[in-house]
Design a protein around this ligand. Structure first.
Ligand code: ATP
Ligand code: MG
Length: 543
């Protein structure tokens, strides 16, 4: 358990002073609470005692001021403590979120593909959020409670050592034992809850994304029923968790109640003075120290699950590593060589490429054909370094690809993938992906080149929103956006994966003509199923 949490607890050292201030404030708050209750108790008892004993000299000004002082301190310290502790928590969460992003960015697309997107989002949001329990509900209350118990012992032992000892022992045992019991009781529930929350999100996002299809196939209600069932289940478990929480408070109150009775009985054996009230009220006030802790342990299962899921992201190392500062290469033209490439996907029995060698001269246009599943897209992803060959090397202008830093490699290659992503953003931002520095004039010129200038006829111009919630694009238009990006990228090598797939013949002809015209000075490798665009290619390679 500690091993899972250690990396997160280790973070606290970066916020040492802030945590120290938070802890001091929460100790002050609890101390003021205990002091307030016990002082009030003693004060009331004393005044009664004064009346009964018929004494007339009793300084009630000082305790009255003490009560007021403690009440004000308690409120002010509680407020400040919340402020400081939440600030600390938010800083830790912000750090964790940034760290998660920094860890994910260098991972290759195929490493990320093992997560469902909604699940990844869940890890970012829910799991990292759950880790705030660790500090706010576990770490801080336990440390505070331990310190207060020690302080109580020191204070009370000057009055009556045996009773102080009894109070301390009972409180310490309660602090250590009850949470463990409730941790065990709530562990499985916490794991289930974390899973259900993640599953629910996943299902809900699928449901929303697939709504059109679900409606068309009349499957909406069935899918909805699945969602409802999960939700009911999830709610039921939340209810169980709440019951357990209530039970934990009840147990603590019960123990404190018995302790109070015991102390009351014990102290009356020794003495009958207003001090009786002091001890009794200390016991009662200790409920405030202890009640939140077992409840927090019910969440520990959930926190541990979330920590494990978050660590799974943090502990991934990129399987494709780029050198920091690679060789500089000539980017005016592109010659590509494959030498003795062997490649198979991990855990797959068959090889995709065996002893594959090929030289593509600068400026050559290559058509890559082969039956489905033979490895055409795979070959392109080897050039992109989305995957690494098992043996053999690929050379770009005589430099091995793995000696180029990532920036140079990306600059050298433009890709028009099989599925082109349109981001929910303006037309401008969608194009700038190809080249961040491009001016509006350049964007307009490229749009004209790919015959998409009709998108500019609206009032919004380049600000036209695309993607979800924006202007919808046809299949042909999406391809053109992909080609426009590749053109803007202005690299000597262009890779295209079936850029005309699923287009009608006329659009296909247009796109081919467009590619032919715009790629004439570049090296082009195009995966294709149809050979209708023969004249485009200098050479056809069949895999
Ligand atoms: P298509 O013409 O249908 O696009 P392709 O020639 O592009 O086919 P690839 O996508 O390169 O085929 O896939 C080659 C083979 O590798 C296929 O059998 C595919 O199932 C398998 N494959 C692809 N990606 C992975 C992966 N990430 N893990 C394991 N196997 C994979
Ligand atoms: Mg393919």
């Amino acid at each position: 358990m500690l091993a899972i949490l250690r990396p997160y607890i280790a973070l606290y050292k970066h916020y040492f002073w802030q945590i120290l201030i938070g802890l001091s404030l929460s100790i002050l708050t609890l101390f003021a609470s205990v002091f307030l209750l016990s002082l009030s108790g003693w004060f009331l008892a004393s005044t009664a005692f004064v009346g009964v004993a018929g004494l007339y000299t009793f300084n009630y000004m000082l305790p009255a001021a003490g009560v007021r002082g403690a009440a004000i301190t308690r409120t002010a310290a509680r407020y400040m403590e919340r402020l400081v502790d939440h600030d600390t928590t938010f800083k830790i969460l912000a750090y964790l979120r940034t760290l998660a992003f920094r860890k994910i960015l260098p991972l290759s697309a195929n490493q990320l593909a093992q997560y469902q997107r909604a699940d990844l989002l869940n890890r970012f949001i829910v799991d990292i959020d759950a880790l705030d329990h660790l500090y706010l509900k576990l770490f801080s209350p336990i440390v505070t409670a331990l310190i207060i118990i020690v302080m109580l012992f020191v204070g009370l032992s000057t009055i009556n050592l045996p009773i102080a000892l009894i109070i301390t022992i009972v409180l310490t045992i309660t602090l250590l034992a009850v949470p463990i019991i409730f941790y065990q009781a709530g562990k499985q529930l916490g794991v289930t809850l974390a899973q259900q929350q993640s599953e629910y999100r996943l299902l809900l996002i699928n449901y929303l994304q697939g709504q059109a299809e679900l409606t068309l196939f009349n499957a909406q209600l069935r899918y909805r029923a699945k969602l409802d069932e999960l939700e009911t289940n999830w709610l039921r478990n939340q209810q169980r968790q709440s019951t357990l929480m209530a039970l934990s408070s009840a147990v603590v109150l019960l123990i404190v109640g018995f302790l109070t009775l015991l102390v009351l009985w014990l102290i009356t054996q020794y003495t009958l003075s207003p001090l009786v009230a002091l001890f009794v009220f200390v016991c009662l006030a200790s409920a405030e120290i202890l009640t939140p802790i077992p409840g927090a342990f019910i969440f520990l299962g959930q926190v541990l699950t979330s920590a494990t899921r978050t660590s799974a992201i943090f502990n991934q190392t990129p399987n494709i590593k780029f050198v920091k500062s690679g060789k500089t290469i000539d980017l005016s033209s592109a010659k590509l060589q494959f030498k003795q490439i062997n490649f198979s996907y991990p855990n797959q029995p068959f090889a995709i490429l065996t002893n594959f060698s090929l030289t593509i001269q600068a400026g050559e246009h290559i058509g890559l054909i082969g039956k489905t599943g033979c490895g055409k897209s795979t070959l392109l992803s080897l050039i992109n370094r989305a995957w690494e060959p098992n043996s053999g090397n690929i050379y770009f202008n005589d430099t091995p690809l793995n000696q180029l830093d990532e920036k140079t490699l990306r600059q050298a290659i433009a890709v028009v993938p099989q599925i082109i992503t349109i981001f929910s953003d303006s037309l401008r931002q969608n194009l700038l992906i190809g080249d961040q520095q491009a001016t509006d004039q350049q964007l307009i010129a490229v749009l004209q080149q790919v015959e998409l200038d009709k998108l500019l006829t609206t009032q919004e111009g380049l600000d036209l929103p695309l993607g979800q919630g924006g202007r919808s694009l046809s299949g042909g238009e999406i391809r053109r956006i992909g080609i426009a990006r590749a053109l803007l990228h202005n690299s000597p090598l262009i890779l295209m994966d079936e850029p005309t797939e699923s287009l009608d013949q006329q659009t296909e002809q247009q796109i081919i003509a467009l590619i032919k015209q715009t790629c004439k000075d570049k090296t082009l490798i195009m995966v294709t199923h149809r050979l209708t665009h023969d004249p485009l290619f200098d050479r056809i390679i069949s895999l």
